[in-house]
Design a protein around this ligand. Structure first.
Ligand SMILES: NC(=O)c1ccc[n+]([C@@H]2O[C@H](COP(=O)([O-])OP(=O)(O)OC[C@H]3O[C@@H](n4cnc5c(N)ncnc54)[C@H](O)[C@@H]3O)[C@@H](O)[C@H]2O)c1
Length: 248
């Protein structure tokens, strides 16, 4: 995809950016002239080969997140955007979920966003500009059997982002929530069985990570004069038999 937004001289931190949507965003941001820096628990060889800076960070570790963001500011002098995307999506019946798994899911998906926001915010505030994007999921509204921890974390993120947007609006920092749609990524493949995947891959609606680049670059750009908003990107639901009325 050709980048149509410019990010000349700007710096973006992408948590969970070694794969999937975050990796596509990092590549597109570099193509748009900016410097993306990925914080991920498992850095990617492909991104390294593409010359994209990565730091091995578990976002649940607040000190590690702060240290990585401090290094980014030391090296590049600024932070203009944060895509807080690191997430895990276990599929476990609630009766079988042990406290560690519940805690880990919220520690990565929710706490990890909070730590990244806290680390980046002073720099965004100092510049009196900046954009934070967090990912929700359709599961926050619809729910899904055996995905309660993930769905709960995403629902909480919507409320968190709305509150954060109100808190930092006066500092000209924008905070928005993106529903990316159903996207074929490592997380999608891990969280869906073969038949569940077939439901989506059998339609024209499932997306590739690059399909989310446009909404992300838009939300990062000044063209998105919005905050506290949710942008719901869909194609998969609208392209399924259900949406066409086959079940009616
Ligand atoms: N793919 C979809 O259909 C879909 C739908 C709705 C929402 N989302 C959301 O979009 C975002 C990106 O998801 P994706 O599908 O590209 O997933 P992905 O699996 O491709 O990428 C997630 C990344 O998070 C990293 N990660 C996991 N635990 C981490 C930790 N503790 N610390 C740092 N990094 C960690 C992984 O290594 C991976 O690189 C996530 O927040 C996800 O919940 C995805």
């Amino acid at each position: 995809m050709r980048a149509t937004f410019t990010a000349d001289g700007e710096v973006l931190v992408v948590t969970g950016g070694a794969n999937g949507i975050g990796a596509a965003a990092a590549r597109a941001y570099a193509e748009a002239g900016g410097t993306p820096v990925v914080l991920d628990v498992a850095p990617s060889a492909e991104l390294a080969a593409a010359g994209i800076e990565q730091h091995e960070v578990d976002v649940a570790d607040r000190d590690a997140v702060f240290a990585a963001v401090a290094t980014v500011v030391e090296r590049h002098g600024r932070v203009d955007g944060l895509i807080a995307g690191a997430a895990v999506q276990p599929r476990t019946p609630i009766a079988e979920m042990d406290p560690q798994e519940w805690r880990h899911t919220l520690a990565v998906n929710l706490d990890g966003v909070v730590w990244a926001v806290q680390a980046a915010l002073p720099h965004l505030r100092a510049q009196a500009s900046g954009s934070i994007v967090v990912f929700a999921s359709g599961l926050a509204h619809m729910g899904r059997a055996e995905a309660s921890a993930y769905a709960a974390s995403k629902g909480a993120l919507i409320a968190f982002a709305k509150s954060l947007a109100a808190e930092v609006a006066a500092d000209r920092v924008r905070v928005n929530v993106l529903f990316p749609g159903v996207i074929d990524t490592p997380q999608f493949r891990a969280a869906n069985s073969g038949s569940e995947r077939a439901h989506w891959t059998g339609t024209t609606g499932i997306g590739d990570p690059v399909d989310v680049v446009g909404p992300l670059l838009f939300l990062l750009s000044e063209a998105a004069s919005m905050t506290g908003s949710t942008l719901s990107r869909d194609r998969a639901f609208s392209a399924t038999d259900t949406a066409r009325g086959a079940d009616a």
